[in-house]
Design a binder for this molecule. Sequence first.
Ligand code: PXP
Length: 238
Amino acid sequence: MKRLGVNIDHVATLRNARGGLHPNPLFVAKEAMKFGADSITIHLREDRRHIKDNDLKKLSKAKIPLNLEIACNFKMMKIAIKNNPNFVCLVPEKRQEITTEGGLNLAKYYKKIELIIKKLNNKKIRTSLFINPTIKDIIYSKKINANCVEIHTGRLSDLIKKKKNYLTELNKIKKCAYFADSIGLEVHAGHGMDYKTTEILSKVNEIKEFNIGHFIIGEAVSIGLKRVIKKIKKNIKN
Ligand code: PXP
């Protein structure tokens, strides 16, 4: 069975736009679980641009299967351990980027990432590394002792959306997923996915988990309008 992790970062983005409490990430997380999500993903960025420490605290206490994405440093690792999420995914972070633009540079930060993964594994937290689809990074991930790899699907998603030829990128992902699975790494996919991308990637047997955020929240805003407008119209009719 393939699992769906719903990333709720942009519920917090929307809430933060007005500095209030609505929409509430904890409420949305519970709703998502009620409607069939298998886990909830949040990225506690170092600049706290969407999810805040208090969101993490509340979500950890709510006993929802929680996948916490963090940058690769000891400060974020300590925050993760303190809150004890079920899963941690290490991701690269750049201050100026709009979203996580690519996978980790495992060659450059090997030692540091290895140590962080060791400490998280010791705490029995499922560990994952967000990587580009390359065999080299899968070999590194295995050596580092991560439990899972999350393959960055941003490029594939982009090509599909722009109606460009995506087969070379898809084959790269397939090859990597097959290889990672064969050496005992659980394979996840994340970034930029929508209806079409998930349809295509669902055929890759080795991918066990899909982590999707922006599109799901965007779609919820779009197709959820009907109920809200009906309710408000009823209220103002007096
Ligand atoms: N997986 C990881 C590791 C990510 O960093 C992100 C983006 O925060 C996602 C999945 C979700 O990407 P999107 O919001 O484009 O669906």
